[in-house]
Design a protein around this ligand. Structure first.
Ligand code: GUN
Ligand code: FE
Length: 427
């Protein structure tokens, strides 16, 4: 039995339920192969004599989940953030993505991306690549090599796009099928995801073709929804027959027929939220991005109340921070503005609520990920607040709060994904 058992000791903190930390000080977590067996104040006698990795006073928390980011935009972080979405795409983003036709350039950038994700404690990530199949497959290879988990999409764009970053409908569908076939069973924890960029850049024929592929290969779907007012007006112009943005995805069978992530949903009203709930849509809430592109503040409390699944996203490079800890803090901050905006009707997020979104909330997209309950895949970070020297007595919860707001990668001393210790990638 001992071969497959791993025991860790430390200050365990996680959120089995939304908004409530479970804290076990100086306690044990027992993992068998990749799954958690349990957390214990006293080690059950059956495990006596087995080796224990003792992390002393360090915190043991679930790994962070980034439900939405764009790997090729990594090198553009901090650029053009005084623009709104559509001019930002046109002036900066499309040019940056066009370069990924060159696989060796892609490899150079994607190595940096994977290293940074590892560094910041992101253990699972859902990424947009570019329209380029080979470069996107390289990204998956690097993520898998690093031991991280996630979904990666070859992006689809066949309309309203610059001539240097556009595909024909047929080519876009064919390349996506090739991409899926090549990657579906290639890696244990890195999988393909179908990625129509957003309605303005995909024709109805393309959307329907992608919907067929999603069904045929049982592959999840990701896109953007109701991020920006000019974008929404453009979608209305393109599809006057649809009552809202989400109905366009629904009309072309991309809405919820497979597990589906929609980034942003800043301007989703009650009707759109209802459609999202009915289709079991995951919302990737990206507050840094929404601030930078002056998109607005997403109605997260309202979506949670509707029963919509919500996770957090960095949305690099519209968001300039890779760290999901920082995204958690920003999610709380903007929720306070929303609270004021709604005349104190939409209660702001608490820290344990934001922590839940960043772990179990987003993690549930991958199955049993993001918690230390029995049966969950053991994704964890070991946190020793090296950058936060402080001789005051702090509770475990307070220490985690401080890490979220003012900690950084120096404070993360070890990372685990699905029971495996993941060391710094060597590339
Ligand atoms: N909508 C379509 N493409 C993008 C993108 O690259 N970033 C963001 N934030 N929104 C988008
Ligand atoms: Fe995005």
């Amino acid at each position: 039995m001992s071969d497959n058992i791993m025991i860790m000791k430390g200050n365990i903190i996680f959120t089995p339920t939304m908004g409530q930390f479970k804290v076990l000080e100086n306690s044990y977590i027992v993992v068998k192969k990749k799954q958690v067996i349990g957390t214990y104040g006293e080690l059950p006698s059956e495990y006596n004599g087995l080796p224990i990795t003792d992390y002393g006073d360090h915190l043991i928390v679930p790994g962070f989940v980034d439900l939405h980011s764009h790997a090729p935009q990594f090198v553009n972080r901090g650029l053009g953030l005084d623009l709104e979405l559509l001019p930002w795409l046109k002036k900066y983003t499309f040019f940056a993505e066009a370069r990924f036709e060159d696989v060796s350039y892609a490899e150079e950038v994607y190595k940096q991306v994977v290293l940074e994700l590892w560094q910041q404690g992101t253990t699972r990530v859902v990424l947009f690549g570019t329209i380029h199949t080979e470069a996107t497959m390289k990204l998956m290879e690097l993520l898998a090599q690093a031991g991280l988990g996630g979904c990666v999409g070859k992006v689809n764009m066949d309309r309203n796009s610059p001539e240097f970053l556009i595909e024909t409908t047929e080519q876009s569908i064919d390349d996506t099928e090739t991409f899926i076939k090549n990657t579906l069973d290639k890696y244990e924890r890195v999988k393909p995801i179908i990625t129509p960029r957003f309605v303005p850049s995909c024709t109805p024929e393309l959307m329907m073709g992608l919907a067929r592929l999603a069904k045929k290969y049982q592959v999840p779907i990701q896109s953007h929804l109701s991020e920006n007012l000019d974008e929404i007006a453009l979608v209305k112009k393109l599809h006057p027959e649809c009552c809202n943005y989400a109905s366009v995805y629904q009309k072309f069978e991309l809405f919820g027929q497979q597990p589906t992530i929609m980034a942003h949903c800043v301007h989703s009203d009650e009707l759109e939220q209802k459609l999202m709930e009915e289709n079991s849509i995951y919302v990737a809430h990206c507050p840094y991005s929404n601030n930078n592109l002056s998109s607005g503040i997403a109605p997260i409390r309202s979506m949670i109340n509707q029963g919509i699944a919500v996770g957090l996203g960095s949305d690099v490079s519209a968001g300039h921070e890779v760290s999901i800890a920082k995204v958690m803090a920003m999610a709380v901050q903007v929720s306070k503005l929303k609270w004021l905006d709604t005349k104190k009707e939409d209660r702001f997020l608490t820290i344990p609520e934001a922590f839940y979104l960043a772990t179990k909330g987003g993690g549930s997209f991958f199955g049993k990920v993001g918690s230390f309950e029995e049966g969950y895949e053991f994704d964890a970070l070991i946190i020793a607040e090296r950058s936060l020297a402080d001789s005051n007595q702090r509770s475990v919860e307070e220490r985690l709060n401080r890490f979220i707001y003012i900690g950084d990668e120096r404070d993360i001393v070890a990372r685990y994904v699905a029971g495996e210790k993941i060391d710094r990638p060597e590339f």
